[in-house]
Design a protein around this ligand. Structure first.
Ligand code: FUB
Ligand code: ZN
Length: 655
């Protein structure tokens, strides 16, 4: 047993280093969060909040206020009534995954004991043949594996991810053994019997690829690919799609490699393409990559909100018609933004193109982060871009996929800062941190200091370097430039653009721009200091004319953050003013507000209607905008991201 543990750990370390299949399509490799120490105040505080508040909220609702853990206890005894919904097991696994990441950076023996106790219950609920699912164990095993929509493999995927995370953090194997037994069971039921199965909710593909990287056992790649190959061949007809869901809902109309457009349920799509990218990176199947280039353009250029949120419609929890992005009813599920982070990271690893990190950063800081309250114990499921005051954070949801998803993302945010390739360390996100990556027998060790996302000034210091010349590839944030043509959004005030600069030991240094990265190659010395200047200024954003809901409106962005106007800062109203043609913006860091944020103030033209509706007053008032992710932390209220620029866009509420 001991040997097995050592072997597995060494494999996961290999994957997070600079090694990897040399022939792979994959250009760079993520540096695992366990190798990155976050020192930055913005993210460190959020990780602390997750460790102390969010995980408690997940535990409270998973164990006490709902029957999720009780389901496992009952399943272990093979009797009792199942509580909740058939995919509720996944919330237990995702909470465990978040706990595992958090324990890595915030050791907590009591929390680990709690996780161990849950894991013992999960293990006890596994059947002799490896099957594990509390819903079917308690409602009738004769029906298991008869309904592709019932999330049995989705739950398995989250079990696998939790098991890897827990093994990585604690070295404990019990959950991993459970997961691997379950995978063997699944393989024996379908692939090995040549029996088709289309996952009703994709997730297992990416999880199997993670299991492959954790164990180096190729059978997991084979099974992941098998799941992908089953799609688009009609096997899901009448099962995962029927009279109300069409095959597009589950990305099952045509085989993945032939797909060109984004369709259907947003989370399912994001997880599936993440899995497809993972498979392509190992099998070198460029068919998936080609398809995903087209799909990505369709997502980002026709179907993505300025917040990086996706999935405009509630009715399918997903994509609708191109360019139809309503603001108040925007669904933008938190999980879908989490999925955008996953998929865009994989696309970046396959291509070495920074445009994917631009999108990742947008989704992370806006669409995803909005899902978590500043206190850490309230959540958004949907993240609309406008509200008349009825949209409110909640403690939990009937379908509770989002809380543990945002918890696991924040707890492992270190995964997205750096990447490595044979000859380079890639700096993708400006987040204060320390990292060390192996370069053959030597090390490249750096630390980053930054006040990001509040200030565009970052120092990167070399603490140790290989003797030979080695590259640093620093992402030039896409938000500095006018976005490429073809996109949904563009800056209005392009004239103020200032460029990215790098100083080395106090002096400006020239660099080559390759795919949005500043490439700096030299024999680095300990103590070398790079200053990365990413000038931040208020950018006014307009959208393409096809996007009707933002006509005669502008959004404000500062650095990677999208802003909104909330009633709480503006005498209760966010709908009664217009942004003037020549607004004069003042950006101010307000330490006491919302945990410390930059606000943007400008003089707005305000229209006020008296309570009896008879009098209309025009005036001018300072309007304050706050980062979108921080809204609805002071109770329910009005909010808008897209600010009207003409009076005919106003919606006046009587006061
Ligand atoms: O079906 C499981 C999860 O619940 C999905 O990912 C979410 O969209 C929600 O439907
Ligand atoms: Zn969700």
């Amino acid at each position: 047993m001991k040997c097995f543990k050592t072997l597995l750990l060494s494999f996961s370390i290999m994957y997070s280093g600079t090694t990897g299949a040399q022939q792979s399509l994959q250009k760079l490799y993520p540096v695992n969060f366990s190798k990155v120490e976050i020192t930055d105040t913005f993210w460190k505080a959020r990780m602390q909040t997750v460790a102390t508040k969010t995980l408690d909220a997940c535990i409270l609702y998973t164990e006490n206020k709902t029957g999720r853990i009780r389901n496992f206890e009952k399943a272990a005894m093979r009797q009792g009534k199942h509580e909740g919904i058939y995919y509720d097991d996944s919330d237990v696994y995702k909470a465990l995954e978040a706990i595992a990441y958090s324990l890595k950076t915030h050791p907590n023996p009591q929390l680990e004991q709690k996780a161990d106790a849950w894991i013992a219950k999960i293990a006890a609920a596994q059947l002799e043949d490896g099957y594990l699912n509390t819903y079917y164990t308690l409602t009738g095993l004769d029906k298991r594996w008869t309904d592709m929509e019932k999330h049995e493999d989705y739950n398995a995927g989250h079990l696998i991810e939790a098991a890897i995370a827990y093994h990585n953090t604690t070295g404990k194997q019990q959950l991993l053994q459970v997961a691997m037994r379950f995978v063997d069971h699944i393989d024996s039921q379908f692939r090995l019997q040549n029996k088709p199965w289309v996952s009703g909710h994709q997730e297992i593909e990416l999880a199997l690829m993670r299991l492959y990287h954790h164990t180096q056992d190729r059978k997991y790649v084979t099974l992941a690919e098998w799941f992908l190959l089953n799609r688009g061949r009609g096997y899901g007809k009448g099962v995962i799609w029927d009279q109300w869901k069409d095959p597009d809902y589950c990305q099952d109309r045509i085989p993945i490699k032939q797909q060109k457009e984004i369709t259907g349920h947003a989370v399912r799509a994001m997880y599936m393409y993440t899995g497809a990218a993972d498979v392509a990176a190992v099998t070198n199947d460029s068919g998936y990559v080609r398809a995903m280039h087209a799909i990505w353009e369709d997502v980002v250029h026709r179907n993505m909100y300025i917040t990086g949120g996706i999935g405009a419609q509630g009715k399918n929890e997903g994509f609708g018609v191109d360019y139809d992005l309503p603001n108040e009813t925007a669904y933008c599920e938190t999980c879908a933004s989490v999925g955008m982070v996953f998929w865009n990271q994989r696309m970046n690893m396959l291509t070495g193109d920074s445009k994917y990190i631009d999108v990742l950063e947008r989704s992370l800081y806006n669409g995803a982060l909005d899902g978590l309250s500043l206190e850490g114990d309230r959540f958004f499921y949907g993240n609309p871009l406008a509200s008349f005051g009825t949209h409110n954070r909640k403690e939990w949801f009937g379908t509770a996929c989002c809380p543990s998803n945002i918890a696991r993302l924040v707890a492992s945010v270190g995964n997205y800062i750096y990447a490595s390739s044979k000859d380079a360390l890639w700096i993708n996100l400006m987040i204060g941190s320390k990292v060390s990556v192996p370069v053959e027998k030597e090390q490249m060790r750096v630390h980053m200091n930054t006040a990001f996302p509040w200030k565009g000034h970052t120092t990167l210091t070399i603490d140790q370097a290989p003797k030979r010349a080695y590259e640093l590839r620093v992402r030039i944030p896409g938000w500095l430039e006018t976005p490429a043509p073809g996109g949904l959004y563009h800056y209005r005030n392009t004239s103020v653009a200032k460029s990215f600069q790098i100083l080395l030991n106090g002096k400006p240094i020239a660099f080559r721009n390759e795919n949005g990265y500043a490439v700096l190659k030299r024999a680095w010395k300990e103590g070398d200091e790079l200053v990365l200047i990413t000038p931040m200024e208020v950018r006014e954003i307009e959208s393409r004319p096809e996007l009707k809901q933002t006509k005669n409106r502008m959004a404000l962005q500062y650095g990677p953050l999208v802003y909104c106007v909330e009633g709480a800062d503006n005498e209760g109203s966010a709908w009664n003013f217009i942004l003037p043609e020549q607004a004069n913006y003042r950006v101010q860091y307000q330490a006491q507000l919302l945990g410390g944020v930059n606000t943007i103030q400008f003089n707005g033209k305000v229209m006020q209607v008296s309570a009896d509706g008879k009098e209309i007053k025009m005036g001018e008032r300072i309007i304050q905008a706050i980062p979108y992710f921080s809204w609805n932390n002071r109770g329910a209220g009005e909010m808008q991201v897209w600010l009207p620029t003409r009076f005919d866009q106003l919606t006046i509420t009587a006061r």
